[in-house]
Design a binder for this molecule. Structure first.
Ligand code: SF4
Ligand code: SF4
Length: 437
């Protein structure tokens, strides 16, 4: 039987690209590499305009803070450092690189040569940091910091998140089908660092082909493949921990407080690559999909490539999209245009036509949002109080426990933009707290 959690929704899957093998996008003539693609402090540029760089060379870092270094995804020449809006609306710095198409590899790109069982946890953490790996499934938390904190907390469960529960997205599914050895190799490195004898890969039961393949690659009982029900947001850390272990993460706490650490499947593969080839995180697999894309595909894309170049590679637009989304349709972020660039956390680029109109912003008190909420919240009250500016009341209704999964808005027959109200309440409460300080 497949395991799951309470609440959640069953949006139509739209996995148009699950049978599309991963294509490789040739690097563009110019890339804009963001200096903040992770949670924590932005990296500071280590290169200047006019300087030559090699593929895999560190071009930005901040060693004194929670930060992931940033590497050149191509060899070429630095064209400058500019500040502009990123895909999530923050103003951040970018390093521009003109590609010389020589792919000259940096001398720092070297594989790890000793057996992993003779490698210490400190060495593993250092290599993961040097490779600039941050979580590739969503928030982008630096992987070295997560691993180090999990070791300090003595977690006893390593869970690999292969759920990919957002509609449309199939990048992780294709990774599991085409490179299961890389995912398993990354898990073995993490098990060594955590000093754990076993691990669990959690995967939704709509990816049985990948589960079967993984079991055939693993061939032992130390890494288990755990089938979970296909339900959104199964990949959320609270839901996955509960479904796999039966443990609940206390409100405001992290998986480590329930003895667990979770790494995304793509992050595991990036860790494996950093050890086996020495290549830092300079590209990722992106699902390009939606009814306004001519050839929906899964594509390996160099970090810093403009969305428009990726869409062009997929045949261009078949119609003008009403919405261009970075990520999945439930938690992704709508874009102003296709000038945004692919980062370490860009799991998808969706170009969608207009959805049929629903009555906008009218609550009919049906209670469906509360039934769908996996965090046991009452979204209708959060929205109602946020709408009239009573943000303190939102706090009473535990607004900060909302993981912004969008399940409530998905089921709402009144078209209430619940997540927008909730995000506004969170921002306002943080501003009020800062002003009080
Ligand atoms: S689902 Fe929408 S209409 Fe129903 S109670 Fe919640 S906010 Fe109101
Ligand atoms: S209130 Fe938050 S956690 Fe609950 S369903 Fe809505 S977005 Fe998800």
């Amino acid at each position: 039987m497949a395991f799951t959690f309470k609440g959640g929704v069953h949006p139509r899957e739209w996995k148009l690209t699950e049978r599309s093998p991963i294509a490789k996008l040739p690097a563009s003539a110019h890339l804009e590499v963001p200096l903040q693609q992770h949670i924590g402090a932005p990296a500071a540029a280590l290169v200047q305009k006019g300087e030559g760089v090699k593929l895999g060379q560190v071009i930005a870092d901040n060693a004194n803070a929670l930060c992931c270094p940033v590497h050149a995804p191509v060899s070429g020449t630095i064209t400058g450092i500019t500040t502009r809006m990123d895909a999530s609306g923050r103003m951040i710095e970018y390093i521009g690189i003109d590609n010389d198409f020589a792919d000259t590899l940096s001398e720092t790109v070297l594989p790890h040569t000793r057996p992993i069982l003779e490698t210490s946890a400190e060495e593993i953490i250092a290599r993961i940091r040097a490779a600039g790996i941050s979580g590739m499934g969503g928030a982008g938390f630096p992987a070295y910091a997560k691993l180090s904190s999990a070791i300090e907390s003595g977690v006893d469960k390593l869970i690999v998140n292969a759920c990919e529960c957002e509609p449309y997205l199939t990048a992780d599914h294709r990774l599991l089908l085409e490179h299961p050895d890389a995912v398993v190799g990354g898990i073995q490195i993490l098990m060594r660092a955590l000093d754990l004898a076993d691990a669990t890969i959690a995967i939704e039961d709509n990816k049985r082909d990948a589960a079967i393949l993984l079991r055939s690659v693993i061939q032992n009982d130390l890494i288990r493949v755990h089938l979970l029900q296909t339900k959104y947001p199964q990949g959320d850390e609270r839901q996955i921990v509960f479904a796999v272990t039966g443990r609940q993460i206390p409100a405001g706490k992290l998986p480590k407080d329930a003895g667990c650490v979770i790494f995304n499947a793509a992050t595991c593969a990036a860790i494996y690559d950093a050890f086996v080839t020495g290549l830092p995180l300079v590209s990722r697999i992106v699902t390009v999909s939606g009814d306004c894309v001519k050839k929906p595909s899964n594509v390996r894309v160099p970090i810093g490539t403009a969305f428009k170049d990726v869409i062009e590679f997929c045949g261009g637009y078949s119609a003008e999209p009403d919405k261009l989304i970075a990520g999945g349709p439930m938690m992704g972020v709508c874009q102003w245009d296709d000038n945004a660039v692919v980062t370490k956390t860009t799991s998808g680029i969706l170009a969608l036509s207009k959805v049929p109109h629903r009555e906008a912003d009218v609550c009919v008190h049906c209670g469906k949002c509360a039934l769908a909420c996996p965090m046991y919240l009452e979204p209708l009250y959060l929205a109602a109080y946020a709408r009239i500016g009573q943000y303190e009341r939102c706090k009473d209704f535990d607004v900060f426990s909302c993981v912004e999964c969008g399940s409530c808005a998905h089921v709402c027959p009144g078209g209430v933009p619940l997540v927008q109200y909730i995000r506004t309440a969170k921002v306002k409460l943080k501003e009020l707290a800062a002003a009080k300080k």
